[in-house]
Structure formats: structure tokens, C-alpha cells
Design a protein around this ligand. Structure first.
Ligand code: NDP
Length: 223
């Protein structure tokens, strides 16, 4: 195996990704410049090479599975292996009120009319990063969509709790446990009635109760 280490940086044509590629290049890595736009990719590769970096271009749109498998084949052809993968590519999305990240809050005006408004987001313990990181807790296979979707829901719960802190609205996330429904192919040990208990408790919290937290039957789940 050659001594030179091989790195692939996604979104390496500009910004932080470009500088990660440049920095690894200075350290002696051979660097794959992952980028979706040919002109921007080749321009970055040329610039890196001019700075003495052993760089090669990798056409890569991280949102397209075929592009990713093609990129893996290219790296295999170019280097035969990969020592470092930096998943850097990302977009911030539009920012500001009324933009795409400002969600539809159609129910909020109605909730504000209530004397004791409550919001319950039905989450799952698989959203808990703390539990997933705990080697003493058994976890299943990687669920790269479902589990982060519930971590996302938890994150939104926390953001809303902060935004609504000066109102009477209490907003929390609930884990029902593993429940026998269509969703689980009726495999769970808990009944739907048992699964509903925590959500009902959070929906009927007394004024001044907890907000911006994550619960199961036994109490708080760590984020
Ligand atoms: P830039 O907008 O400068 O660069 C983003 C890079 O990602 C570009 O090369 C862009 O390529 C690429 N990219 C976007 N979508 C795709 C895609 N579908 N496939 C392949 N490449 C794509 O952003 P930054 O350098 O600031 O951000 C880099 C990372 O750092 C992101 O993951 C961001 O979330 C993270 N980050 C940034 C912070 C900051 O303050 N800037 C703070 C915290 C985290 P193209 O030119 O084609 O658009």
C-alpha cells in the first residue's frame, strides 16, 4: 500500500471545503475534490495544484445516489482506497422571516386563544443522540432517515419552546415506546393505549409544567 494517504472532501470547490482540501494537501494527502459543477471543480483542482497539492477532481452531487456511486468508482480507479472522507457539502437554505425555513404556523394563532395551550410532538427514543452514543444501550441498524427525522423534530421542539417561552404554550416531545401498530407490523410489545399515555400526560400538563423537553413513561429522555 502506498504511503500517500487519500482524502475525499465533498463540496471542495469553495468555502470551508476548499480550505479543508488545501490543508490536507499541505499535510501531504492526495485530495479528491468532490464538486458537482464541472467548471468550479476544475478551477479548484487547478488552483490546488498550482499551490502544490496533489489534487484530482471528483464529479459529485451528494444528493444523487448514482453520482455518489460513480464518485466511489472514480476514487477506486484513481487511488484504490480512501483514507479520509470529509462530508462537508451543504447548503444553508434561505434565511429570514417568510423564507422557506420559516414554517407554516397555521395553528399557533388558535393555540394562543387557549387558556392552557399544549403542543405534543410524537417523537421516538431513537432520536436521542445521547442514547445512540451510549455503548451500554443496544441499538438497531443504522436508520439514516427515520431516526434523524425524529432528532430533527426534537430540535424543532426546542426551538419552538424558546420562541414561545413568554407565552402559556407548553411544547414537548413524547416517545410512545415500541407499540404494536401498522407502523411496526404489529411487532411492538406495547399496546396503542400504552403508547398514547405519555402524549396524553403532556397534552394535559398543568400550567407552569415543563416545556422544551423529551419524555417517555419513565421520565425525561436525554437529547
Ligand atoms: P459554501 O456555500 O461556501 O460551500 C458549500 C459547498 O457545498 C460548495 O462547494 C457547494 O458546491 C457544495 N454543495 C452544496 N450542495 C451540494 C451537493 N448537492 N453536492 C455537492 N456539493 C454540494 O459553504 P461553507 O463552506 O460555509 O459550508 C461548508 C460546510 O460547513 C457546510 O456543511 C455547512 O453546513 C458547514 N458549516 C458552515 C458554517 C459557516 O459559518 N460557514 C458554520 C457551521 C457549519 P456548489 O459551489 O456547487 O454550490
Amino acid at each position: 500500500m502506498s504511503e500517500t494517504k487519500i482524502a475525499l472532501v465533498t463540496g471542495a470547490n469553495k468555502g470551508i471545503g476548499y480550505e479543508i482540501a488545501a490543508g490536507l494537501g499541505v499535510l501531504g494527502y492526495r485530495v479528491g475534490v468532490g464538486a458537482r459543477d464541472e467548471v468550479r471543480r476544475e478551477s479548484a483542482v487547478e488552483k490546488l495544484r498550482a499551490a502544490g497539492v496533489d489534487a484530482f477532481g471528483v464529479p459529485l452531487d451528494v444528493t444523487a445516489d448514482l453520482s455518489v456511486t460513480d464518485a466511489a468508482e472514480l476514487v477506486e480507479r484513481q487511488a484504490g482506497r480512501l483514507d479520509v472522507l470529509v462530508n462537508n457539502a451543504g447548503i444553508s437554505g434561505e434565511m429570514g422571516p417568510g423564507w422557506i425555513q420559516d414554517p407554516t404556523n397555521a395553528m399557533l394563532p388558535l393555540l394562543r386563544r387557549s387558556t392552557s395551550p399544549r403542543i405534543v410532538n410524537v417523537s421516538s427514543s431513537v432520536a436521542s443522540l445521547t442514547r445512540q452514543a451510549d455503548p451500554d444501550i443496544e441499538i438497531g441498524p443504522v436508520m439514516a432517515a427515520y431516526s434523524p427525522s425524529k432528532s430533527f423534530l426534537n430540535a424543532v421542539t426546542v426551538q419552538y419552546a424558546r420562541q414561545l417561552a413568554d407565552t402559556d404554550i407548553l411544547i414537548n416531545a413524547a416517545c410512545p415506546g415500541l407499540v404494536a401498530t401498522d407502523f411496526t407490523g404489529f411487532q411492538g410489545p406495547r399496546t396503542p393505549e400504552q403508547g398514547a399515555a405519555t402524549a396524553i400526560r403532556l397534552a394535559t400538563l398543568p400550567d407552569g409544567g415543563p416545556t422544551g423537553s423529551f419524555f417517555e413513561d419513565d421520565g425525561v429522555i436525554p437529547w
